[in-house]
Design a protein around this ligand. Structure first.
Ligand SMILES: [Zn+2]
Length: 146
């Protein structure tokens, strides 16, 4: 008897984010941008989220894909079977050059045998986006050291 490999939870399709996920599949990171207050924001939604603005006058801009590591954790014990298969992994928040902070994972970090916390991961370090193709619909933006 065989079982399918456990799958990490994936984002459900939403009309407001279809464009975002299409661009991720093409290896591009796009952000919503408010033309009224000239700020970019994440996650994708039609109305500017800044309370002093709330404008519907929004569009899309392409992110450079570059940013700085704002904060992170290192997970050695996954909470479910799908995540246990991926340890150690590094959930993080990256602050993009355009301003928004995006929840993500840091990838491309080598763990030495038995190493808990590689010194190569530091808050403030420069990172750049890479995309991990999960299935035919979803490629997740992750970040590696730049
Ligand atoms: Zn705005």
């Amino acid at each position: 008897m065989t079982q399918a490999a456990p799958q990490i939870p994936l984002p459900p399709p939403q009309p407001e984010s279809d464009f975002y996920w299409e661009k991720c599949k093409e290896g591009e990171l796009w952000l919503r941008h408010c033309t009224a207050c000239d700020r970019a924001y994440f996650y994708p939604r039609d109305i500017c989220p800044f309370p002093e603005c709330f404008s519907r006058d929004t569009d899309w801009i392409q992110s450079s894909g570059r940013g700085a590591l704002h904060t992170f954790a290192i997970v050695h014990r996954g909470p479910t079977p799908a995540f246990r298969d991926k340890v150690p992994y590094i959930p993080a928040v990256v602050e993009l050059e355009e301003g928004p902070r995006i929840p993500t994972w840091i990838v491309g970090i080598d763990f030495a045998e038995g190493e808990i916390r590689p010194a190569s991961v530091q808050c403030g370090m420069s990172v750049e986006v890479v995309f991990e193709e999960i299935d035919e619909n979803i490629s997740l933006p992750m970040f590696r050291p730049a």
